[in-house]
Design a protein around this ligand. Sequence first.
Ligand code: PXL
Length: 274
Amino acid sequence: MKVALTVAGSDSGGGAGLQADLHTFAAFGVHGTTAVTAVTVQNTVGVSGVHEIPPQLVADQIRVVVEDMHPGAVKTGMLASAPIIEAIGEAFRRHGIGRSGSVPLVLDPVCASMHGDALLRPDALDALRSLFSLATVVTPNLDETALLVGTRDQRAAARALLELGPAYALVKGGHGTGSRSQDLLTDGTSELWLDAARIDTGNTHGSGDTLGAAIAARLASGDTLADAVTAAKRYVTRAVATSYSVGAGHGPVGHPPATDASLLPDPAAAGVGT
Ligand code: PXL
């Protein structure tokens, strides 16, 4: 059984965070493990509280999972604070996760929820940037590139992100405008544009987490990065197309089985839900 690890926050509403990651790992037939960074008090309307886990406890969760279960890929989501990020960086280096070792690392630089609630302390941006040099791929949306590298231009953002040391930047276009949702994957030498129809729904809670977790699941199964990202883009498009309403606010994306992602409809042709 392939294993993936997510280092992420809990969403009590079950739509995003480690809950979305675990749904995604399961959909890809990968055993999911977790190192919890923070517990959010959250429903579909917003985040009303955050409890951070002590940094040593986060590092200990990573250690025991890695030592025993040998995840084939690791993903990070909400990291909450600079001390937590520093403990995670140290644990990753010690256990060969990311570019300091052989286990690929998908780093989703989560800063805020879709309601605009902070999921990262403002003084932790530098710590987050310094983790990028360990990442196989960083997967910011345009709000996050604005915060991290000061631009919403996808090519300019990718260039600035790569200067921080990840092997690849995947700059997502989902927070842009227009009828297409286009993501740019680049290592600074070649470019791959991933294109899908924009699906008109307010129920996109957890879509970023789902994309990153799908990349990690496919990497754990042995895909190259470009293949993993291509499969993950198809999957997240399908996930948004199968989103649903629950609660009074933004509903979650769906997590249909994806053990053969090639069977999923081509998102570029689908136009699903529009
Ligand atoms: O979708 C980003 C995200 C990640 N992690 C947690 C979240 C959210 C968004 O709300 O709550 C715990």
